[in-house]
Design a protein around this ligand. Structure first.
Ligand code: PMP
Length: 287
């Protein structure tokens, strides 16, 4: 395995960062999870736009242009000879001292890891996931604005712990007002009487790239689509519920907090969108 680390291609063992890196000390940094399908980097521009927007928002200077970053991604994939995989791109504030001050970190650390993806078992895609809702509120104020894909994932990890305790694959996060926000690392959609709903991102959800792709497909195939806040009640009584995300792609939910959703299997809208999504991943990317 070859890892990109600050301009060099190194082995897994050599790929180490300083204990003074503020990404480690404070979670000061940003990241992207990106898929490669058949040698195509899926939605590369969208991921890099989100990364560079996150960087600008937190005043983090990425020492590569977007074009150079794309080349580094392509080269890392090539060196790993992995045409189907998952890319983790991390930019942290870099090595500083124990103080918070980012001015002590002159250069950001840039890391690209390409790996085979361990996703949910095939069974989960056929029958849907069981999930629970959790009260850990998605942080919405400025510092942890969900639009910034920051390394601060403690909230999401607490959600994941609750999902583990309930022995389910993913959990639904509510925002401070109790509205449904998203999963620990996926966006959420519900389908009711033929209309597809997803929470607006201001509720406290990441502007997911898979979410955007699914919304585009939904419109293309003539579904009624509404971006509006909804509650757990709406989830419980939905005909279909599904998650979207780079790693999970599109995955149905068959049970939420013990309530069986619809028929208890992946519904027709979810199945259709899942199929259409699988078709675009091979064409809609950077070679
Ligand atoms: N929400 C959160 C909190 C996430 O970490 C992710 C995964 N990046 C998503 C949603 C899904 O976003 P995307 O489709 O861009 O992977």
């Amino acid at each position: 395995q070859v890892i990109y680390l600050n301009g060099k291609y190194v082995t897994k063992e050599e790929a180490v960062v300083s204990v003074y890196d503020h990404g480690f000390l404070y979670g000061d940094g940003i990241f992207e999870g990106i898929r490669v399908y058949g040698g195509n980097i899926f939605k590369c521009r969208e991921h890099l736009d989100r990364l560079y927007d996150s960087a600008k928002s937190i005043m983090l200077d990425i020492p590569l242009t977007q074009e150079e970053m794309e080349q580094a991604l392509i080269e890392t994939i090539r060196l790993n000879a992995l045409p189907d995989g998952y890319i983790r791109l991390i930019v942290s504030r870099g090595t500083g001292n124990l103080g918070l001050d980012p001015r002590r970190c002159p250069v950001a650390s840039v890391i690209i890891i390409v790996e085979q993806l361990a996703i949910y078992p095939v069974e989960a895609y056929l029958n849907g996931l069981k999930t629970v809702s959790v009260s850990t509120a998605r942080n919405i104020p400025n510092a942890l604005n969900p639009k910034i894909k920051s390394l601060n994932y403690l909230n999401n990890i607490l959600v994941k712990i609750q999902a583990n305790l309930a022995d389910v694959g993913e959990a639904i996060m509510l925002n401070a007002q109790g509205y449904v926000a998203e999963g620990s690392s996926d966006n959420i959609f519900i389908v009711k009487k033929g209309t597809i709903y997803t929470p607006p991102c201001y509720i406290g959800a990441l502007e997911g790239i898979t979410r955007a792709a699914i919304m585009e497909l939904a419109e293309q195939y003539g579904y009624k689509l509404k971006e509006e806040p909804f509650t757990l009640h709406d989830v419980y009584v939905a005909d279909e519920v599904f998650f979207t995300g780079t790693a999970a792609e599109v995955i149905a939910v068959r049970e939420v907090d013990g309530r069986v959703i619809g028929s208890g299997q992946a519904g027709p809208v979810t199945t259709h969108l899942m199929e259409e999504f699988r078709k675009i991943v091979f064409v809609d990317g950077v070679q």
